[in-house]
Design a protein around this ligand. Structure first.
Ligand code: BT5
Length: 329
């Protein structure tokens, strides 16, 4: 059974020229009525396809949307964002969607992606502003063979993958412990890893990633205008969300393969090379108070090490930090 994406593929390989209904039906082994139905479905999804009597169909353009047909076109991954994609124009949170498909047995690498979210989540009950059609809001379902306390590795890995995708757009990205991707000191992306586990085993993990791609300043609430940015705000032009997403998935799979093969050290080395926290004077806000000092490194468990003025080294496992003075190069 030919699908709308089969028709799209054939029309795209001959972009700019008309392909007759007859040629399409012969190539895909479907009736001309079925082809017309599929073309109508593609148009309803936002594709521009011209049809002319006697000449046939001509592909013109794709919508600016994160449709599965667009995501998989030319994507080089084998399982991340490939076998199973759930797409939403809008949903409360893609992390919930990915968790649910995971419960129903979806394979590792299943992707939930949305044009916009109504209840995008950050950590610790915070929100993630998710205006429709502007950013990338995605969650990946994973079943890693790591212990629950090693789940931070997925967050660091995701940050590196996002940084690579952002850099691919000609924008220099940095990482701030534990999960912020920054461009010129402002947050362009955030990561929320949620796991379901028993004492020594993870059943499934969901890595949620939000990237501000074409978001404009007015779409951020006033409270975020000084701290949030997007690729577009940085470069002054629109970026292809599909392209950024594909690069992100490709980087993620490469890094995740490394992690599964026991080479987390390599991910960590790349993370360190992008980290702006190390060497900076920072303030960590914890439930039990504040810790201030120089961030020296992260340890093997992903905890941030802060050397206090008196010389004592404090280990911060969760929370947020503020950079008071950047590291001097
Ligand atoms: C995060 O939390 O940075 C994790 C964000 C993860 C979002 C993705 S989108 C797809 C998936 N589905 C979800 O529901 N979530 C994931 P945290 O470190 O707690 O940062 C949250 C804080 O960042 C907020 O309190 C705001 O200050 C700020 N913020 C909110 N929306 C932002 C945005 N779009 N851009 C930059 N900063 C934002």
């Amino acid at each position: 059974m030919a699908t709308p994406s089969d028709i799209l593929r054939v029309l795209r390989t001959r972009a700019g020229t008309f392909v007759s209904g007859q040629a399409l039906s012969a190539e895909l082994n479907v009736t001309r009525t079925a082809i017309w139905k599929h073309v109508k479905a593609l148009r309803a999804a936002g594709y521009q396809i011209e049809s002319r009597p006697k000449l046939g169909y001509r592909y013109l353009s794709a919508p600016d949307a994160l449709l599965p047909t667009e995501i998989t076109e030319g994507l080089t991954t084998t399982y991340i964002g490939r076998q199973s994609i759930i797409y939403f124009r809008s949903c409360p949170s893609t992390n919930d969607a990915a968790r649910e498909v995971g419960h129903r047995g979806a394979p590792e690498g299943a992707l939930a992606v949305a044009e916009g979210q109504t209840r995008g989540r950050g950590r610790l009950g915070r929100g993630w502003v998710s205006p429709a059609g502007k950013g990338i809001y995605l969650s990946l379902l994973l079943r890693p063979r790591i212990r629950p306390e090693e789940a931070f590795q997925l967050t660091l890995l995701a940050a590196v993958a996002v940084a690579r995708a952002v850099t691919g757009e000609g924008v220099a990205a940095k990482i701030k412990w534990p999960n912020d991707v920054l461009v010129e000191g402002r947050k362009v992306a955030g990561i929320l890893t949620e796991i379901e586990a028993e004492a020594d085993r993870i059943y499934q993990a969901v890595v949620g990633i939000g990237v501000n791609v074409n978001t404009t300043a007015s779409l951020f609430p006033r409270s975020l205008r000084a701290t949030a940015t997007s690729l577009r705000m940085n470069t002054g032009h629109k970026h292809s969300r599909v392209q950024v997403l594909q690069r992100l998935l490709e980087a993620f799979e490469e890094l995740y393969e490394g992690l599964k093969a026991g080479r987390f050290e390599e991910v960590l080395a790349e993370w360190r090379s992008l980290d702006i926290t190390r060497g900076a004077l920072v303030k960590a806000t914890l439930l039990e108070g504040e810790v201030q000092g120089r961030a020296t490194d992260i340890d093997r468990d992903g905890a941030l090490l802060i050397a206090e003025e008196g010389g004592e080294v404090r280990r911060i496992t969760a929370g947020d930090i503020e950079i008071l003075r950047p590291a001097t190069p």
